[in-house]
Ligand binder design. Structure first.
Ligand code: IDP
Ligand code: MG
Length: 160
């Protein structure tokens, strides 16, 4: 039941200086930071990460958005962490994301707005959608040596 998932605070989230607030939410629910780094991705890397979207009409805007500055990439670990993190992150479109979710609390833009401008939806954060994506994305962003195994105070309550 213990899973690892991949999360990236996107360049808009980094530039808005809300990295600490976002990471704090994950820490507060008891998720463990297994890996953490800042990366400025290039177009080639963006095409690998967003392989499923490369042929979509919004891809050029998405690529420009994800390469416009550094992202803060991390691996989070916890009980059924993949679905838990998607719940905390909220739906893709900030306009539709409920209050209490990261996208609902830190952004308000819509698909209509992004499409009108030809830009990617600036929704602050990326999180793996399912176990298959989590495995692929963790391997793409991190080497085995960058992923750490250690105990947090939460382990006492989670594992017993
Ligand atoms: P997700 O990030 O919630 O998994 P995906 O559908 O995988 O959502 O889309 C990846 C990213 O592409 C979104 O987070 C958003 O930034 C951007 N995006 C998705 N759909 C659109 C769109 O219709 N217009 C512009 N950008 C989009
Ligand atoms: Mg996705």
């Amino acid at each position: 039941m213990i899973e690892k998932t991949f999360v990236a605070i996107k360049p808009d989230g980094v530039q808005r200086a809300i990295v600490g607030e976002i990471i704090s939410r994950f820490e507060k629910v008891g998720l463990k930071i297994a890996a953490l780094k800042m990366v400025w991705v290039d177009k080639e890397f963006a095409r690998k990460h967003y392989a499923e979207h490369v042929d979509k009409s919004f891809y050029p805007g998405l690529e420009a958005m994800i390469t416009m500055g550094p992202v803060v990439a991390m691996v989070l670990e916890g009980v059924e962490a993949i679905a838990l993190v998607r719940k905390l992150v909220g739906p893709t479109e900030p306009k539709a994301a409920p209050p209490g979710t990261i996208r609902g609390d830190f952004a308000h833009v819509s698909y209509g707005h992004a499409d009108e401008l030809g830009i990617g939806v600036k929704n602050v954060i990326h999180a793996s959608a399912n176990p298959e994506d989590a495995k692929k994305e963790i391997a793409l962003w991190f080497s085995d040596e960058e992923i750490h195994d250690y105990d947090t105070v939460h382990d006492k309550h989670v594992r017993k």
